[in-house]
Design a protein around this ligand. Structure first.
Ligand code: BG6
Length: 482
């Protein structure tokens, strides 16, 4: 017996832009992710991902014949989904998190009629999941923003994007109402506060105050998400729909009250998004932030009511690492999920500098459950690492097993201590292209994909040691983690 509830949703997570491939196939339009170039020297660094993107940058990428653009090719899930889902089923997945590519359904983002070939593809994928009793968990928008809307109206900075999104979401709910019961609106919605282009389609040209544009875009995403929640409840009454946050747990560097205050500020900056989506109104602490950064959010009269009526059913989040909040700037720093951090002397880090902190996951689970009292769902977690294929084809990824085991142990303790946790879908259950660096060599999967950073390889799939380990974890509902 383990402490996990019988209906616990074990599975794995992916996103269309990082694994589907089939770039511009069957009517798909361009997305922001399709312009991410892999730079050979160091991979694309965080700074470049967070860098403002101009129209010229995009046009360069669209016309570039020399560069490598791994997200256009992914791992070819589009043509290999049957084989991949069969492998997920073999591990015993109860759920599979995937996203729908908006430009596969509406190539420009705002057509009046959807692309039937795109819809049919996801029908086939969901049917294949359901054949094995795997519940699809669908993210409506995961960094697959249609480039057409970036060019036409500067993406989410424009209020008009809400209408396009609502139409897109309604098409999905109507089409898949009998197949999909778990939905997420925006992946890591807080990323819009850090970078405007990737999830927001905001171009830097002519922007005098980029933060103003990003927070205006966040407001539009809040409204769009709330309208989608309402539509989902109307169209699929037995479905559950959640928000999704990149959770950034930041410990005070010392017990100096100024460091503690920095950690409160860091929580505000991070939890602002889930506060709006779960409580249904803007938290007062943001007023000062907006004043300090010359931000004025334009709102319609009806917005308050829309937010109040469109609160989510559960909270999902990604958790990879913890970080440090400090009132002092100086000190050694390390890498991280979109934001770097000061080094924590008590923690080891991955090869990419992400600080490994299983107890931090329990801290976060408690903090979120105390704050919101809604069910939680960990929809991303995992270790990005380089794997070695032995001469007999085996892959001994004990480092990945150690990482996952230690996090699952903390989840179980959190449940025992009263947290309501619905499920766990480790990131990149099959190796896929990295969101931040576009590398293939930063692998998270239980399933190895033969493909390198330059896009060369057979694309053959094989089982790592972690595949057999996770299968046993699911089989025993978390009782056997050895
Ligand atoms: C999350 C994203 O931030 O982290 C995923 O939702 C991403 O899309 C994952 O792939 C891991 O990050 P990376 O940069 O290692 O791929």
């Amino acid at each position: 017996m383990s402490g996990f509830p019988q209906n616990f949703l074990w599975g794995g997570a992916t996103a269309a832009n990082q694994f589907e491939g089939a770039f511009l196939e069957d009517g798909k339009g361009w997305s922001t992710a399709d312009t991410a170039r892999f730079i050979k020297e160091n991979g694309i660094s965080m700074t470049e991902l967070l860098k403002p993107t101009t129209r010229a940058d995009i046009e360069f990428a669209m016309n570039d014949k020399e560069g490598v653009y791994p997200k256009r090719h992914g791992i070819d899930f589009y043509h290999r989904y049957k084989e991949d889902i069969a492998l997920f089923a073999e591990m015993g997945f109860k759920t599979f998190r995937l996203s729908i590519s908006w430009p596969r359904i509406f190539p420009n983002g705002d057509e009046l009629e959807p692309n039937e070939a795109g819809l049919a593809f996801y029908d086939a994928v969901f049917d294949e999941c359901l054949k094995y009793n795997i519940e699809p968990l669908v993210t409506i928008s995961h960094y697959e923003f249609p480039l057409g809307l970036a060019f036409k109206q500067n993406g989410w900075e424009s209020r008009e994007t809400i209408e396009a999104f609502e139409r897109y979401a309604r098409v999905l709910f109507n089409r898949y109402k009998d197949k999909v019961k778990y939905w997420l609106t925006f992946n890591e919605i807080n990323i819009i506060g850090m970078t405007g282009y990737l999830s927001g389609g905001i171009l830097a040209d002519g922007e005098k105050n980029m933060l103003q544009a990003q927070y205006q875009a966040a407001h539009h995403q809040f409204i769009a998400s709330a309208l989608a929640v309402k539509a989902c409840h109307e169209i699929i009454p037995d479905a559950q729909i959640g928000c999704m946050l990149a959770r950034m747990e930041a410990y005070p560097e010392t017990c100096n009250p100024l460091d503690v205050m920095e950690s409160v500020n860091s929580d505000h900056y991070n939890l602002f998004y889930s506060d709006v989506q779960i409580r249904g109104y803007y938290p007062s602490y943001m007023n000062k932030f907006f004043r300090d950064h010359n931000i004025t959010i334009k709102k319609d009269a009806a917005d308050e009511q829309i937010l109040r009526e469109g609160t989510v059913d559960f909270m999902s989040f990604s958790y990879y690492m913890s970080s440090i909040a400090s009132h002092k700037k100086e000190g050694d720093t390390t890498g991280g999920n979109l934001l770097g951090s000061k080094k924590n002397p008590y923690l080891e880090a991955s090869d990419w500098g992400w600080q490994i902190d299983p107890v931090g996951l329990r801290v976060t689970l408690h903090k979120l459950y105390d704050r919101y009292q809604v069910p939680l769902f960990i929809v991303e977690n995992g270790l990005g690492a380089k794997d070695v294929v032995e001469s007999d084809g085996s892959i001994h990824d004990s480092y990945r097993i150690d990482y996952l085991r230690s996090h699952i142990e903390q989840m179980e303790q959190a449940i025992d201590e009263g947290v309501d946790l619905m499920g766990y879908t480790p990131w990149g259950c099959i190796d896929l292209v990295s969101a931040s660096t576009s590398e293939m060599s930063k692998r998270y999967g239980f399933i190895y994909v033969d493909l390198d950073d330059e896009g060369k390889g057979t694309l053959d799939r094989s089982r790592k040691d972690s595949f057999y380990w996770y299968k046993k974890v699911i089989e025993t509902n978390g009782a056997d983690l050895s």
